[in-house]
Design a protein around this ligand. Structure first.
Ligand code: CP
Length: 300
């Protein structure tokens, strides 16, 4: 059985199938499919949304979870057990493994070692494919379409794994991208090359004010301070009420959360705030993923 390591493992048809099924879960039209299944939820790095929405999804589907939210209590941390052996042992006790780890490539390593499906819940600055699926679902649910969406992406585009996964998926939907980031946190050359190769239009901007009136959605990210030296983000890369004065009526702000100073709470009461519903959408999308995995035997 195949799990999900990278958003690149999914083609357009499969993404659309996941989004369609997610909508059925959101509308309460699909029920339990995980009876008797045990899912290992193993988080070697902190999480609130991804871990709890996955675990809630398993419970809603009739399965049960084992695992940990703090790997300092495992033999890996205290007895020198290798990461490879840890993965091997986890696969002895569960039908699928959901893993978050601070190292790029760790989920791929787990999938090569384990003989159960592995779902990547975030590996370092590399990928966060289930976040991308819920981001796409949120754009679709709030805009009624994915094709041709004008999407601003603002903040830390260099270290943010959610944006790395997201830009890999937009190629299927012909979105137009507006990158708004400080020079030293711009999107990497590899991602830009891939976008160019896929014919996706993108442009660089110094502030939200330059482009806010053109956007359908703004995808905002925080500084990934845990991945590089501490610094502060300038006011140019924060949303404020004035910067939203001329946005389109359908405009929505998405954020994978947690937020910091880039998204002040004063924005929460505007009609543009969609990020809490986006976080809730994570439950439906993760239900859909697990449903497909155990109904079809594979996600991709
Ligand atoms: N969006 C996201 O990955 O949040 P958590 O780190 O809380 O899981």
């Amino acid at each position: 059985m195949q799990g999900l390591i990278s958003i690149a493992d999914l083609d357009k048809n499969k993404i659309n199938e996941i989004l369609k099924l997610s909508k059925l879960f959101k509308d309460g039209l699909r029920k339990k499919t995980l009876d008797g299944k045990v899912i290992a939820s193993c988080f070697f790095e902190n999480s609130t949304r991804t871990r709890l929405s996955f675990e809630s999804a398993v419970v809603h589907l009739g399965g049960s979870t084992i695992g940990f939210a703090d790997s300092s209590a495992t033999s890996l941390a205290t007895k020198g057990e290798s990461l490879a052996d840890t993965f091997k042992i986890l696969s002895c006790y569960a039908d699928a493994l959901i893993i978050r780890h601070p190292l790029d490539g760790s989920a791929r390593l787990a999938s090569e070692i384990c003989d159960i499906p592995v779902i990547n819940a975030g590996d370092g600055a590399n990928q966060h494919p289930t976040q991308t699926l819920l981001d796409l679902f949120s754009i679709m649910d709030s805009q009624g379409r994915l094709e041709g969406i004008k999407l601003g992406i603002m903040g830390d585009l260099k270290f943010g794994r959610t944006v790395h996964s997201l830009v890999e998926a937009v190629k299927w939907f012909g979105m137009q991208l507006y990158f708004i980031a400080p020079k030293h946190l711009r999107m990497g050359d590899e991602e830009l090359f891939n976008l160019k190769t896929s014919g996706i239009q993108y442009s660089f901007h110094n502030s939200l004010d330059e482009v806010a009136h053109e956007l359908d959605c703004l995808y905002l990210t925080r500084l990934q301070k845990e991945r590089f030296v501490d610094e502060v983000i300038s006011d140019t890369y924060k949303v404020n009420l004035a910067s939203l004065a001329n946005v389109k009526p359908n405009f929505k702000i998405l954020h994978p959360l947690p937020r910091q100073e880039e998204l002040p709470v004063e924005i929460d009461n505007t009609p543009y705030a969609y990020y809490f519903e986006q976080a809730q959408n994570g439950l439906y999308v993760r239900q859909a993923l697990l449903d497909i995995l155990f109904t079809n035997g594979s996600i991709d």
